[in-house]
Design a protein around this ligand. Structure first.
Ligand code: ACM
Length: 653
């Protein structure tokens, strides 16, 4: 599994034609590590792929005596050096010391004259046998250079405990690097399921490894309000808790009469300050989202008077069904989860919320949600009708746009810019607001035409909550986005002025994600792919090269003790019917060079069973199709079993 056997395979193949001396020499090279390869053959597994990587000759070896060289008086570089020392300590056991000068060790240098090409986040890293030097215009660049240095070290550097007899080599190299986009984000939904403070930090840590710089924190929704608002204590006393359910989201049993709401949690303001500081030390800005006027059931459980329905019995939703989707993007809510835009009390409430949010989060933007707002209760409400008449609002979209403008005004008063999901375009975009495009890219295209800033986060490519492998072996979600599809997507549509595209992000909605290992499973490796989408020059992207690096990073995750998905090893399965009406199964591996072994006779395949070499016709009466992926003689995929009736359902009409 992983990186080493792939190198070994390459060597094994070559060795067939080598004499014995060469074979021994080659194996010695292999044992000594990839850094002894001739410079031109060196493999660097950097994610995201840098702008330029020039192989060098020789190897830098990190030891307990390696100094971290930071010029005197450079406090910012000193902080990055302290971060590096912290990252290196668990696996190496080294307590590295800093020095102010010296021509050995690891040097962190802030350019006295900024190098325009590098911008605020770029860096140059030069590793020779004697020294590693990272130069940047500012501390963020040094920090990203440090991330590259960590990735140049062997995977064991990710271990949380000392690795015995390790040799901490860095292959000589010169890297010049800077990001394609300023906004490189991941969104984590902590409402549908709550994740503790320590885990949020860990998520942020891992983002930093892959040079993400925006953490979008989806803090409120129908299933939980997760941020302490001191002036509105019921938001967390009531809104952060729901009745416990472990079933399938959207099919869970609604709260029973008198049942205690014991499941949930929230972040205190101290927790939030701690996480903001933690992220800042990793050059990550946090974008808080307060999702209004829809998606507000948890807030309404605390303050029911804020909706049109004013239903005092509304409760935080435990993942039970409360809406019907009509298949064309429209829907009906059976429980009112929407703030009343015609009620001044609502704006007083939002003023309190955003006053505290603005004080807690230093980032220039606050996300106001705006998505999937059901207007059915507004349409029947006399207050909403009167307001529409008074303001000459023609339809419900204009009523939501009025609400959005009020919210944007509140945020402006607090010194913040507004961003919202692309529904905030409907009825007219509030002045100065930025748009997060999620229903495909059309919202982003429209916003860019209006000269509004855009964050591209479209479904499906950026929806890392969707299934990533075959539905037979994934937790069921309504759709799939494979690794390759995320990787190959580009955030700048043709004909759009890229100046308005700030960048993009992956979105992790957590309806079907009750635990932290599942958060990791859904995030990685697709967040590897998106990190290259947002950082790497388009011309340098390379799917096959990326896959090799992903395998190397799986190895790093194994050392770190983090979960990830191996779904890329599952073949893409399509089913057709032939002229005789028999099912025909077609398998397309996402990873080149896999061997796929299958059965149609109700047995469990391995490498001794038929190997796939073209579409398989299911014999009449066959019960189950099964397939498993192998790589280099070892199973790498999961056993996928699909019963005939399920194959029938997959037939493309
Ligand atoms: C969204 O996925 N509702 C923004």
């Amino acid at each position: 599994m992983g990186f080493t056997p792939r190198i070994a395979n390459k060597f094994t193949a070559n060795c067939l034609t080598m004499n014995k001396v060469k074979l021994i020499f080659t194996l010695a090279l292999l044992v000594a590590g990839r850094t002894l390869l001739p410079a031109q053959d060196r493999v660097y597994s950097l994610i995201p792929e840098p702008v330029s990587v020039q192989p060098g000759q020789g190897t830098f070896v990190l030891t307990a005596a390696t100094p971290l060289v930071v010029p005197a008086g450079s406090a910012e570089a000193g902080k990055v050096a302290a971060y590096l020392a912290d990252q290196l300590r668990p696996a190496t056991g080294f307590a590295l010391k800093t020095a102010n000068a010296g021509d050995k060790g690891i040097g962190l240098v802030l350019n006295p004259q900024p190098e325009a090409r590098l911008g605020a986040e770029g860096y140059r890293l030069e590793a020779t046998a004697d020294k590693v030097t990272i130069r940047a215009n500012g501390p963020a660049g040094l920090f990203y250079g440090v991330q590259t240095l960590l990735q140049l070290l062997p995977p064991g550097i990710e271990s949380k405990t000392p690795v015995k007899d390790a040799r901490w080599e860095v292959p000589a190299v010169t890297v010049t690097d800077y990001p394609r986009f300023a906004w490189r984000g991941l969104m984590l939904d902590v409402s549908r399921h709550f994740f503790p403070k320590e885990y949020v930090k860990s998520y942020i840590d891992q983002m930093a490894r892959y040079k993400y710089n925006r953490f979008h924190w989806h803090l409120t929704d129908d299933q939980g309000w997760r941020i302490e608002i001191k002036s509105l204590p019921r938001l967390t006393e009531v809104g952060a808790w729901r009745v416990p359910r472990v079933g399938t989201f959207n099919s869970n049993e609604p709260p029973r009469p008198g049942e205690k709401a014991t499941d949930g949690g929230f972040y205190t303001q101290d927790d939030i300050r701690e996480i903001v500081q933690y992220a800042k030390e990793r050059y990550i800005e946090i974008l808080p989202e307060i999702d209004v006027p829809g998606h507000s059931m948890a807030a309404l459980a605390a303050y029911p008077e804020l909706s049109c329905s004013k239903d005092p019995n509304v409760q935080v939703n435990p993942g039970s069904k409360f809406s019907t989707w009509h298949g064309n993007g429209t829907f009906t809510m059976h429980i009112d989860n929407t703030l009343n835009p015609s009620d001044e009390k609502v704006y007083g409430f939002l003023d309190k919320v955003f006053t505290e949010v603005a004080q807690l989060f230093p980032f220039e933007y606050v996300h106001m949600g705006g998505d999937e707002c059901y207007k059915g209760f507004w349409a029947k409400d006399p207050g909403c009708q009167a307001l529409m008449k008074k303001l000459n609002l023609k339809d419900m979209d204009q009523l939501q746009a009025h609400f959005n403008r009020r919210v944007a005004g509140i945020l402006k008063d607090k010194g913040k810019k507004t961003i919202g999901w692309d529904e905030i375009l409907e009825g007219g975009l509030a002045p100065g607001a930025a748009v997060m495009s999620w229903r495909g890219m059309k919202g982003g295209i429209e916003a860019a035409r209006l000269k509004a800033p855009v964050v591209m986060a479209p479904s499906p490519h950026c929806y890392i909550d969707l299934m990533q492998g075959d539905p037979a072996v994934e937790v069921f979600v309504y759709s799939t986005v494979r690794l390759k599809s995320s990787y190959n997507w580009d955030p700048v549509p043709q004909g759009v002025d890229s100046a308005f595209i700030l960048g993009g992000q992956g979105n992790l909605w957590t309806e079907q994600i009750p635990s932290t290992p599942q958060v990791e499973y859904m995030t990685y490796p697709r967040a590897f792919a998106l990190s290259e989408v947002y950082w790497t020059p388009k011309a340098k992207k390379d799917w096959n090269g990326f896959l090799r690096k992903v395998e190397h990073h799986f190895d790093r995750f194994d050392h770190a003790g983090r979960n990830y998905a191996r779904s890329m090893y599952d073949p893409v399965i399509t089913v057709k019917k032939n002229l005789q009406g028999l099912l025909v199964v077609d398998l397309a591996p996402e990873v080149p060079g896999l061997d796929l072994y299958y059965t149609v006779d109700n047995t469990i395949p391995n490498q001794y069973f038929p190997k796939y070499n073209g579409p398989v016709t299911m014999p009449e009466g066959a019960d189950t199709f099964r397939v498993i992926s192998y790589q280099g003689g070892k199973p790498v995929g999961r056993l996928i079993s699909i019963k005939t009736p399920d194959l029938e359902k997959r037939v493309k009409k």
